[in-house]
Design a binder for this molecule. Structure first.
Ligand SMILES: Nc1ncnc2c1ncn2[C@@H]1O[C@H](COP(=O)(O)OP(=O)(O)OP(=O)(O)O)[C@@H](O)[C@H]1O
Ligand SMILES: [Mg+2]
Length: 508
């Protein structure tokens, strides 16, 4: 028992809870996994690292019974197992928390935790008191302040995630997989999640943690395994490696400059916002964007950054203020009107607003341009094909071809398609909301270079990001929002993390 809790014990001497050998999985045109080995030990946080499309999610779907492997062996406590479907994996103690949760929004946290396994008072009659009590205990053990009676749709993303964790624990999960759990969480919520993860580790759960935020793995990981192009390229103890080595393993080369900022010539004003207001959400917002400028928009989650972007793009109505596009006052009543005026908006929520998952890469990339490229209602397929091929190459989108369904791409590659979509338009006022969320370190640099190119081409870019290094590394000018207002404006030269944070917290 004791050795599970001793962090200094050599992990390799412990029989792994779960051992994978030679796991292989191919899809039409892609070898997603090519002979992967992985050992997960009780009481460790095992980070899985790799570029977009490296095979991380596929490997986890195989462990959780959602995807069938083509070859390879899976052992639990040394004994071979099949894992033919999610139920079987669950019964064997494997839980997975997907980024898109599987909760029923209309039900309470308690009902979700015990869905299909509700304690009964009489045959067919649910024991509500026990249901609540047991669910509350699971939540309390995680150290989160969530009322088991709360309806899931009213909980924050972070709370919903905790309900998922509680559910996995109530199923006695010994292996818990978290695939990019922090991508929609605030800094405070991440701290709470990490505290919960540490408690699980103390209890001997083996945790697989996937994230593209490199700093997180040093904060929470015990060991890290790197996948590249579906192959296992190395496993290290966190204390015995560093960022440079991990990046080299991931991308197979050195990454010299994480933020390759190039300054473009700043030209005419393209957008001016005066005293914009959306009652209860945005107050007295004034700023301007000029050609060639990258303006960072910082702020905490909930500060109104996305709301501002949506209002500018005509997705939400405004209650007051004036907007000038290329010098002329405009009322932007809909996204269509915004697009016609040359605005582009890369949304933070690609699944809901950015992409049509059942359509192909080509169709998604060309969607906003269709009006421009069609002649008498006929789409010019040649132009579409050329444009798509160019984006796939430029953004290094990992896909067997332009006709692949976007839903079949890895998460990060879907995000690249969303970017490609706006690169194909002539939009010269671009609003990017968290453009590198879910994007691997190497591809981030490529996206930064594209942003530079867009600026050099004369576009104005408003970039919303929660990653301060990215804001600082890329912006010419930085606006900081707090409680629906612009709480600070800084030039690139004067801005520091501390100043941005102070403004974001409303302290100035
Ligand atoms: N259902 C599917 N059909 C076809 N190809 C698929 C399918 N699922 C995954 N793939 C492909 O398998 C490869 C690995 O994808 P996977 O989602 O495992 O990557 P990942 O490492 O999780 O990437 P990311 O960091 O972007 O989430 C990718 O090339 C992807 O396009
Ligand atoms: Mg993934």
């Amino acid at each position: 028992m004791g050795y599970l809790h001793l962090r200094s014990s050599p992990v390799s001497s412990v029989l792994p809870v779960l051992a994978l050998r030679g796991i292989r999985k191919a899809y039409p045109g892609v070898v997603a996994l090519d002979g992967v080995d992985l050992d997960l030990c009780a009481g460790e946080v095992h980070v899985l690292l790799g570029e977009n499309g490296a095979g991380k999610s596929t490997l986890m779907k195989i462990i959780s019974g959602a995807v069938a492997r083509d070859a390879g062996e899976i052992r639990i406590d040394g004994a071979p197992v099949e894992l033919a479907d999610p139920r079987q994996a669950q019964a064997l103690g494997i839980g997975i928390i997907y980024q898109e949760f599987n909760l029923v929004p209309q039900l309470s946290a308690a009902e979700n935790i015990f869905l299909g396994r509700e304690p009964l008072r009489l045959p067919g009659v649910i024991d509500q008191r026990r249901l609540l009590r047991d669910a509350q205990r699971q939540l309390d053990e995680l150290g989160v302040a969530i009322d088991a009676r709360a309806i899931v749709s009213r909980l924050s993303v972070a709370e919903q995630q905790m309900v998922e964790v509680a559910k996995a624990l109530s199923l006695h999960a010994r292996v818990l997989i978290m695939d990019e759990p922090t991508s929609a969480l605030t800094a405070q919520e991440i701290t709470e999640l990490f505290a919960a993860i540490r408690r699980l580790r103390e209890r001997g759960v083996a945790i697989v943690y996937i994230s593209h935020r490199m700093e997180e793995l040093f904060a929470i990981g015990d060991r890290v395994t790197v996948l590249r192009d579906g192959r296992h390229v190395g496993t290290r103890r966190i204390q015995e490696t560093d960022m440079a080595e991990l990046v080299r393993l991931m991308v197979g080369r050195e990454l010299k400059d994480q933020f390759p900022k190039q300054r473009a010539a700043v030209g005419d004003e393209v957008l001016r916002v005066e005293r914009l207001r959306r009652d209860g959400v945005l107050h007295d917002i004034s700023f301007a964007l000029r050609r060639g400028e990258v303006v960072g928009l910082a702020g905490l989650m909930g500060s109104g950054r996305t709301e501002l972007a949506r209002a500018l793009f005509g997705a939400d109505a405004i209650d007051g203020g004036r907007v000038f596009v290329h010098g002329a006052e405009r009322r932007i009543g809909s996204p269509r009107a915004a697009i016609d005026l040359g605005l582009g908006f890369l949304t933070e929520d690609r699944k809901q607003q950015g992409l049509v998952l059942v359509l192909s890469v080509r169709e998604n990339i060309c969607l906003p341009s269709v009006g421009r490229w069609s002649r008498a209602g006929l789409v010019q397929t040649g132009r579409e094909t050329d444009a798509t091929a160019r984006r796939i190459a430029e953004l290094r989108i990992k896909t067997p071809g332009p006709e692949q369904r976007v839903g079949h791409l890895s998460g990060g590659n879907q995000q690249k398609v969303v970017l490609g979509k706006w690169l194909c338009t002539d939009a010269d006022i671009l609003i990017f909301d968290e453009p590198t969320r879910g994007i691997d370190v190497g591809a981030k640099v490529e996206i930064y270079q594209l942003i530079n190119q867009l600026a050099a081409r004369g576009a104005a870019i408003l970039m919303i990001s929660s990653e301060l290094p990215e804001i600082l590394g890329l912006s010419d000018r930085i606006l900081v929002m707090h409680a629906g207002r612009i709480a600070g404006e800084f030039s690139a030269a004067e801005a520091t993390q501390e100043k941005l944070l102070a403004a974001a917290l409303g302290r100035n």
